[in-house]
Design a protein. Sequence first.
Length: 485
Amino acid sequence: MKLIFEKSIPERPGFQVPRSDVGKKVKIDKKYTRSESASLPEVSELDCVRHFTQLSQRNYSVDTHFYPLGSCTMKYNPRFTENIANIRGFACLHPLLAQLPNGDHLTQGALQILYETEQSLCEITGMDNYTMQPLAGAHGELTGVMMMAAYHKSKGNKKKYIIIPDSAHGTNPASAAIAGYTTISIPSNAEGVMDIDKLKEKLTGDAAGLMLTNPNTHGIFNNQISEIAELVHAVDGLMYYDGANLNAILGRCRPGDMGFDIVHLNLHKTFATPHGGGGPGAGPVGVKKELSPFLPISRVGKKGDGSYYLNYDYPQSIGYIAAFYGNFSIIVRAYAYIMLLGQQGLQEVGDHAVLNANYIKERLKKYFKLKYDRTCMHEVVFSAAPEAQKGVHAIDIAKYLIDKGFHPPTVYFPLTVKEAIMIEPTETESKQAIDGFIEAMIEAHDLIKKKPEVFKEFPQSTPISRPDEVKAARELNANYFNKKL
Ligand SMILES: *Cc1c(COP(=O)(O)O)cnc(C)c1O
């Protein structure tokens, strides 16, 4: 086998093939090669098409069902942005093109999109620079916390921990831990936001920073945020904004103005690009200019003549965080979405997301318990604790909803609410669709009163009713061919 490039390739950070190996024959050890052909099932094209079409029809997706999965912002992915991402020049762009000598001129359109998306995101969130590279929100968090560490190191600061409220998404403490920090959890107060007095007790000069999402995972906006930022900055800590809930505040307020220094966004949530089983996604990270030198390489630069190029010349950079341009086709979709909606449209997105969640809250609060009965933002969290006493748990209500034609809401998260049912309708649902969901929830409420025992039998409409998820996680067997049929 020959390596792809015959010509010399400039040695740039991140490109793995040393120049001396280009064009060489590569030997693959016998133990890695097949000795006989793989026993793949032989079926006709039609059988194959039917198999996969039928499998896809068993799926619940935003294209087929209402999908109020809280904290995930499962909004509709408009076909307009899909069409833009499928333009040949974008879809067939080879990631290595920009690595070729003088390759930049072959990729000007792509670089311009990366550059302009960065500028739009700066304006939307009030930050100074972005990296478009991280491939998910959690990946953005790690990137952000690594920059936090690089910043403190450059200033000679000795920092030990990161402060995180108890309602945070699990990825926040995980990212902090991977970056080498311990974490301190701050409880929520009776209003459902981080208790500022408890913060004051824990905050010392050892704090590298605070990670917070606003509105938080209770769907509640923390209006003490500027005061919190002042407290954290006073001990030379940095404010990290988990942007997964940006959908609630689009066009209304900006993390940069609230005092945040680092922001990650989930393009696959707020900016209507596809989610998948862990991907594809994109988690761009924005920073205030004091932190810009630490951004990952490469960064897109603009020359005096208006042309774009990949710039690797940032000696303080935390380095290389993802291949090539990040998840480029996701960024193209987000760019198209931002261009399509404009400032006014983005503001309406946030406003309608909040309106829809509050509509659900008001109509359902007579039937289900609210831990925090106050105006919510883009999502509302009910507690099925009273139902659980009758033997019907949050998971049972979720399974019931599947039979009614709805993807279940998020259950058992946030951990701060017992038997949590976290509902996020997003702005793209019609009143009819939302009313249908509300009716199903009311029917569930009535059925719990009359016949709680039947809830153990849902769902009945799915090929598998209740998989043993614990067993599946402990004894994972993902090999189809080992399955005894
Ligand atoms: C989704 C989410 C994340 C993680 O983002 P991924 O893109 O799934 O990695 C972090 N925080 C909150 C609040 C989230 O909802």
